[in-house]
Design a binder for this molecule. Structure first.
Ligand SMILES: Cc1cc2nc3c(=O)[nH]c(=O)nc-3n(C[C@H](O)[C@H](O)[C@H](O)COP(=O)(O)OP(=O)(O)OC[C@H]3O[C@@H](n4cnc5c(N)ncnc54)[C@H](O)[C@@H]3O)c2cc1C
Length: 507
């Protein structure tokens, strides 16, 4: 294993590898496959014993209960230009990769409120708008009915189809593929989620729905651009649904690994990389790592200015996660929730915003906003017959050591009295456990770094090609590069395409 300068990297092979990818998360694997599809011989080195990074699935609680350790709702994979071909309903990347079967819950997302009907986000925009209008008259938020609000706000974005989602996931591509759709998205997305919800939507249900979606940003919802996160997720739900993968998210990682191997690539697990110098020679190195780890393994090779930029990169907040094995379905008070894959638990927009603001200010909310997924509603293979799984997390300050189990379960119990009696076993992961599971989850940050307005674009540095590092042939490809967090694999795809373009320009 060789210490290689950038010059040697530019021309590696003859019987070695063209590219080495460090880390096998969705981005590392998507990058590796993109390079392999271009004819490059690719080696992936993964620290963990199992490939997939945020896509791993394990029996965390009891035998026969399969839990997604990290990502479970794979809407961003289903919508992604890099990964959507892996779905069984798509033409497929090739006969060599087992197709991933998406399991769609009858309702992608529900957001219950105390004393009112739940907001239900259905695949159909008009059906969603009708449900939201029927849910009006909750505990405030305006009495005037406005069934068209959701349709007016989200409908045109959905109508733009994959051009919009592809454009958002490839925001730095020039010229943009769908400038008009992107401009329309930007005009509403730039708003703080709270302001947009209050200006564009009537009634607690619709406002809470948008607020809960935007809270996936892990930002104070009063910050600009938080609406964009909520709208992108809403559009994905209308466009492709919010599926889970049959058998667990691991099946997507396995399909990517199968595709890589069929193309002649190799994956070695249990192989933590501690220094760039220890890598075999290759034309390109793709690092599916966050800036802090890059500093650790390559710091002494990087120019001081770039090193300083990586050191300034901000993380946070973290998450606290609980998985449950349940002896039956969740006893939701509102029976409409029985068919919802994801349930946002946090009450009104004001409550959700207050919880997220508290976390952004370094506090633990008494009533956290909880993202709850009942995957077995769509995919009963994950638990023994009649049994179910529950998956949930809430946001906490970076590196928090506070046990949020009781607070999370209280939020579930608030909308599903008797939930605790259904628990057969639970598995809990605070920030330290998450980081031990996956070194990219620094302090429990599951997004690869804060994604506020500044760091959404300076990710990790402000550049037309933020995947490139000053070291020739060395690229970043993790969620710490555009388009950011999620299981879309697009950071890896963009980094790989850049590596291919630059290699072609050199030859
Ligand atoms: C609890 C949780 C819930 C989530 N829920 C969702 C969801 O429902 N939907 C969604 O779209 N996204 C979700 N996410 C986010 C999603 O999982 C991540 O954004 C995504 O996995 C990032 O992909 P990545 O390839 O950049 O990095 P990762 O998936 O984090 O992969 C990085 C890989 O690099 C490996 N690695 C790290 N250091 C080294 C080293 N030195 N040497 C070798 N290998 C190394 C790690 O072991 C890991 O396998 C969730 C994340 C978490 C943690």
């Amino acid at each position: 294993m060789v210490a290689q300068s950038g010059g040697t990297r530019a021309q590696a092979r003859p019987d070695g590898f063209d590219a080495v990818v460090v880390g096998s998360g969705p981005n590392g694997l998507a990058g590796a496959v993109t390079l392999a599809e271009a004819g490059w011989r690719v080696l992936v080195l993964e620290a963990a014993g199992q490939p997939g990074g945020g896509l791993r699935t394990e029996e965390l609680t009891l035998s026969g209960f399969r839990h997604d350790v990290c990502a479970t709702v794979l809407a961003l994979a289903a919508v992604s230009p890099a990964l959507r071909a892996y779905g069984a309903d798509a033409p497929g990347p090739g006969a060599d990769a087992p197709p991933v079967r998406w399991a769609h819950p009858p309702v992608p997302l529900a957001h219950p409120l105390d004393g009112g009907a739940a907001a239900l986000l259905r695949r159909d925009v008009a059906a969603t708008a009708t449900t939201l209008a029927a849910a009006l008259g909750g505990t405030g938020g305006g009495k005037a009915t406005d069934p068209a609000g959701w349709r007016r706000l989200v409908g045109p974005l959905v109508a733009a189809g994959p051009r919009l989602t592809d454009g958002v996931l490839s925001l730095l591509d020039l010229p943009p593929a769908a400038p008009v759709a992107l401009a329309r998205f930007g005009a509403v997305g730039v708003w703080p989620a709270t302001a947009l919800a209050r200006a564009a939507l009537r009634g607690d249900a619709a406002r809470a729905l948008l607020g809960g979606l935007a809270a996936h940003s892990m930002l104070d919802l009063g910050q600009p651009m938080t609406a964009a996160y909520g709208l992108l997720l809403a559009v994905s739900a209308h466009q492709v649904g919010w599926p889970v993968a049959v058998g667990g998210s691991q099946s997507l990682a396995d399909a990517l690994v199968a595709r890589l191997r069929a193309l002649g690539g190799e994956l070695v697990t249990g192989q933590p990389v501690t220094s760039l110098r220890a890598l075999p020679p290759a034309r390109a190195v793709l690092l599916d790592l966050t800036p802090r780890q890059v500093l650790r393994i390559a710091g002494d090779e990087l120019p001081a200015r770039y090193r300083a930029a990586l050191a300034r990169y901000r993380y946070g907040p973290g998450v606290f996660k609980v998985d449950w094995a349940l002896d039956g379905p969740v006893p939701w008070r509102d029976r409409d929730l029985a068919g919802a894959g994801t349930v946002h638990l946090g009450g009104t927009l004001a409550e959700v915003a207050a919880a997220e603001r508290a976390v952004a200010r370094g506090r633990h909310p008494e009533r956290p906003f909880v993202l709850f997924v009942q995957a077995t509603v769509a995919d009963p293979t994950r638990a023994p017959a009649g049994r179910h799984t529950g998956w949930a997390y809430c946001h906490v300050p970076l590196g928090s050591t506070v046990d949020m189990t009781a607070a999370i379960e209280a939020q579930v119990e608030r909308f599903a009295p008797g939930f605790r009696d259904r628990i057969l076993a639970r598995h809990v992961m605070g920030p330290a456990a998450l980081e031990a599971h996956n070194a990219n989850e620094i302090g429990g940050d599951i997004g690869g770094g804060t994604a506020d307005l500044r760091q959404l674009f300076a990710r990790p540095v402000l550049s037309r090609h933020p995947w490139a590092t000053p070291l020739p042939g060395v690229y970043l490809c993790s969620a710490s590069t555009p388009p950011g967090a999620g299981t879309h694999g697009m950071s890896g795809y963009h980094a790989a395409r850049l590596a291919l373009r630059r290699a072609a320009a050199r030859s």
